[in-house]
Design a protein around this ligand. Structure first.
Ligand code: F6R
Length: 607
């Protein structure tokens, strides 16, 4: 997500920190800052591009040979100077940069406020600086250790103090952190590309580890305090490979980031018993009980996420729900009542059609909730309520991890609405919560079977047309699989409900025409198999996405891409992954520019 830099050594820290942050610019960010110490700590930070930070520093260079820096992608609080990192405690003796989310943010903030603390930002990160100061009794490492014990969540944090000016202390809890070893100088970063031009020798910090960095090197410990002998990893990637974390393309990297994205999106919002707390979603139970209908509007991949939302809201809430393309809805003169909720979904929060459609809601007295990845985006500013997806910057133009986070956001919303409407009882809430918490592991398993998608890609790479079918939630996934294939491989494809095939399109299914079948919805399994038989009867090739336990499909399928068994309601989250991988590998085999496909922009701000 955000970028982290740190330096201790004989050189001036400021230019090294800024240079490292610039090398992380490609990841996206909305503000940047550094803190440099020469006994006193100087914090300089600015909203917007690193160029703004550079102008601030120009002519007012910080003096000091130890420092930390950060590029922020907003999660708590808008992208402003005040919310930019580093954050200091009120005494200015401790500074912190932080990636990720502190899940018990509100309770920590309330407790600190009760003790009279005043805050200079809206961020969860600032609380860490307050906590470290509160816990300090002469040993920075111990103070950080106690702060970690008080702070729930998935994050990385880096701390520096004027009271122990020779060291930086950092902790990894899921968010990445590496140490770069130099000659009499040591670097710290969230990502290898920030410092790869300075050293090729790294200590990779693992989850639940702490590292104490000095000019002489680094000591790695468990958070509990046990010393770890970490071997030095020599990295021989070039700069381009390093930006992609060793993957060939950002798209593949982002597909592989999806388990962590699910953890981030759920972070602090869903308890084991299924209780959901969504910061930024302000409506109360009385409003939810009175709801007559949910509208969802979006475009492209976000619309496909909305198709899943429509189905889960109908199933879980027993409430009318419609998803509409934003470019259609805006001119459709829809009949929207005041007791209806409009959900607008947009990764960028800047899609012109989605903005226009979303604005219809207030004209009818209805509430508008935005599901978006970009804090402070236009959509989030128009909205009455905002659910941030926390997918982090998505660099590949073809969306994968942002889509995944949109799905998870809608499950959370369904649980929240269902609890208030009485359609989700304790047992169901607990089961869905359990299933959602298991998803990162399940997606890891699917990613471990990438070879199945590669084999399927080899089968269809020379096809002229590909069809995707499924029923219910599987149809929604088929739509997304088809779009992914089209947009990066330029191979014609079409998705349709499995039952629709026999109403005309079957005419196009001839020998060896590939049909991708998604088969996770047990209630309609046999019905979809009937369509599969019709395809087989005409010589079509079947490539299936099916559960591990589905042995029936082997009778018909030429290739099967497997997902672990799970509740049908959550299966779309797993089933889309092999289809993302399939699209990726077809495009790779066809030699396309995967991260920058033709005729598609990351945010479509024109009508
Ligand atoms: C496809 C893709 C597009 C976007 C669409 C909406 O991979 O990225 O279809 O989903 O342009 O964009 P957002 O979500 O930013 O509104």
């Amino acid at each position: 997500m955000c970028g982290i830099m740190g330096y201790v050594g004989p050189q001036q820290a400021g230019p090294i920190l800024v240079d490292g942050l610039k090398r992380l610019e490609y990841r996206g960010y909305d503000s940047a800052g550094i803190a440099v110490s020469n006994g006193d700590i100087r914090v300089q930070k600015a909203e917007g591009k690193i160029a703004n930070l550079e102008s601030l520093i120009e002519g007012d260079q910080p003096n000091g040979t130890i420092g930390i820096g950060h590029t922020r992608w907003a999660t708590h609080g808008a992208p402003t100077d005040a919310n930019a990192h580093p954050h200091a405690d009120p005494s200015g003796e401790f500074v912190v940069v932080h990636n990720g989310i502190i899940e018990n943010f509100q309770s920590i903030r309330d407790e600190l406020a009760d003790r009279g603390a005043e805050f200079s930002s809206e961020t969860d990160s600032e609380l860490l600086a307050h906590l470290v100061a509160q816990e300090y009794d002469g040993d920075l490492v111990e103070a950080v250790r106690r702060t970690v014990a008080l702070s729930e969540g998935a994050y990385a944090m880096v701390v520096m103090s004027k009271l122990e000016p020779e060291k930086i202390v950092a902790v990894r809890k899921i968010s990445p952190l590496v140490v770069g070893l130099g000659d009499g100088e040591t670097y710290l970063a969230s990502d290898i590309p920030a410092i790869l031009h300075r050293t090729r020798d790294f200590l990779i910090i693992e989850d639940d580890e702490m590292v104490i960095v000095t000019a002489e090197g680094a000591t790695v410990e468990t958070i509990g305090g046990d010393r770890i002998e970490r071997e030095v990893t020599h990295i021989d990637w070039d700069a381009g490979q390093a930006e992609k974390g060793g993957y060939e393309h950002f798209m593949l990297k982002e597909i592989h980031e999806q388990p962590d994205v699910i953890t981030e999106t759920l972070g602090g919002r869903l308890s084991e018993d299924g209780t959901v707390r969504l910061e930024g979603v302000e409506f109360d139970d009385a409003y939810i009980e009175a709801l007559d209908r949910v509208w969802i509007t979006a475009c492209g991949t976000a619309y496909h996420a909305g198709l899943i939302g429509q189905e889960i809201f109908r199933r879980v809430l027993r409430l009318p729900a419609n998803v509409e393309y934003a470019h259609e809805l805006r001119y459709a003169n829809p009949i929207i009542g005041p007791c209806e909720l409009m959900i607008a979904i947009s990764q960028s929060g800047e899609t012109a059609d989605t903005l226009a459609a979303a604005r219809i809601a207030p004209d009818h007295g209805a509430r508008m909730l935005a599901i978006t990845n970009v804090v402070g985006s236009t959509l989030s500013r128009y909205a009455d309520d905002v659910l941030y997806t926390r997918a982090g910057p998505e660099i590949s133009v073809a969306s994968t991890k942002a889509y995944m986070a949109m799905l998870i956001g809608q499950y959370l919303l369904a649980l929240r609405l269902g609890a208030a409407r009485g359609t989700v009882d304790e047992e169901l809430a607990q089961a869905v919560s359990h299933g959602l918490h298991q998803l990162p592991g399940a997606i890891e398993e699917v990613l471990g079977r990438e070879q199945e998608a590669i084999s399927a890609a080899e089968e269809i790479v020379d096809a002229e047309d590909v069809y995707f079918i499924g029923r219910g939630l599987d149809y929604a996934i088929a739509m997304e699989g088809s779009l992914k294939l089209k947009e990066i491989s330029y191979l014609h494809s079409e998705a349709m409900p499995a039952g629709e095939l026999k109403h005309g399109t079957l005419a196009l299914i001839t020998k060896d025409v590939p049909v991708i079948v998604v088969l996770t919805q047990r209630a309609v399994y046999d019905k979809t198999i009937s369509a599969v038989q019709e395809i087989k009867a005409r010589g079509g090739r079947i490539i299936a996405v099916a559960y591990d336990t589905d042995t029936e499909i082997e009778k018909y399928a030429d290739t099967v891409m497997r997902i672990p068994d799970m509740d049908d309601l959550l299966a779309p989250v797993a089933a889309v992954v092999p289809l993302q991988l399939l699209a990726y590998h077809v495009a790779r085999l066809r030699g396309h520019d995967i991260d920058q496909p033709r005729n598609l922009a990351k945010s479509v701000t024109v009508e």
